[in-house]
Ligand binder design. Sequence first.
Ligand code: PLP
Ligand code: TYF
Length: 398
Amino acid sequence: MFEVLPQLAPDPILGLSAAFKQDTNPNKIDLGVGVYKDEQGNTPILSAVAKAQTILLEREKSKTYITPQGVQGFIDGMLALILGEKSPVLMADRVAAVQAPGGCGSLRILAELLTRVNKDTKVWISDPTWANHIPLMANAGLSLETYPYFDKASASIRFDAMMETLRTVEKGDVVLLHGCCHNPTGADLTKEQWQEVVNVAKEREFLPFVDLAYQGFGDGLEEDAYGVRLLCENLPEVIIAASCSKNFGLYRERVGLAAIVTADSATKTIAQAQIQAVARGMYSMPPSYGGALVDIILSDVALKQEWVSEVNEMRNRMSTLRSLLVDKLTSYGAQKDFSFVNNQKGMFSFLCITPEQVQKMRNEHSVYFVDSSRVNVAGISQANIDALAKAMVAVING
Ligand code: PLP
Ligand code: TYF
């Protein structure tokens, strides 16, 4: 019966890994999938995570089911991390939350919850956005619209155009925002711009949906939560999908948090039961392991400090590589000014080159990254940066 289904192209990002593996060039460079890599090109288990695993191995005495909401210590620790220890919405008991299988799982169950509120809900996504946002929202039955976000020609945020579109958004619509480290552009809103988004959300009464997948990778763990906290402190309702894949390096364990800030505490109780019912209809309860590790780390002062240092180290490495790349491009004579790369944040940079130039990088220099011109900055190292910069100059100068 399955022959009736059409053939499908692979995931545009994950598909790159397969192409990279097949390339026999020993000097090939992988700047594709967004996974943190160290100077040696490895994605090691963070040392705080390794210690938490040892503790968990000792502590865990049963594999019986956990509660439907997940590991409560994980939920509490993550909410404090995202919203702040003294968050007014937490104090007011206005936040429903569950552990979910990754940021993707969180996005998906929240999308499903939105269809329960109104099956015709419209979700506004940034142009461009992370390719997976589309199936994660659309497969739940939501309809999608885009708001302008980034201009490749000027390598900057189209803030005026974004605001112009947000001023047309209707009450009850949902606007999906990247909390920090925008994927794929690396271009983030300033504090003043976040304030304007809050103002328009208030005015138009739309629901902000914050995807927070890179907290700590932009300017710092606290700094990166600026936008989501501002929204939560100024609006009656906000929903949040957070991921622990990058900042805890827990990719394969699938750990995320889905949170719903409600207008009052009574509605929080309803939202809590509803989001658990959505999860029950899909997978019942989340896997325990990754959430248990995050709980151990966040509830232990020394382990948390160790983890914070590791997040800082990952962030600083990526930021150093950005400026090094810009310097190398200048010194090798690039005829395009790449200084905008220094202003981008997080794991990704948008090089703002054409798809044809991206293809040339792949076909002629074995440098792999997404067609949009998004590179995973963490894939750069002292060992490959000269080859990368030279290849870019060759392709760009033509
Ligand atoms: N949102 C964005 C913008 C991402 O880039 C990712 C990917 O890492 C996610 C969400 C969710 O990732 P995961 O499901 O691996 O936690
Ligand atoms: O954008 C990225 O590269 C990461 C990893 O289906 C990713 O967010 C890519 C594709 C996908 C899931 C995760």
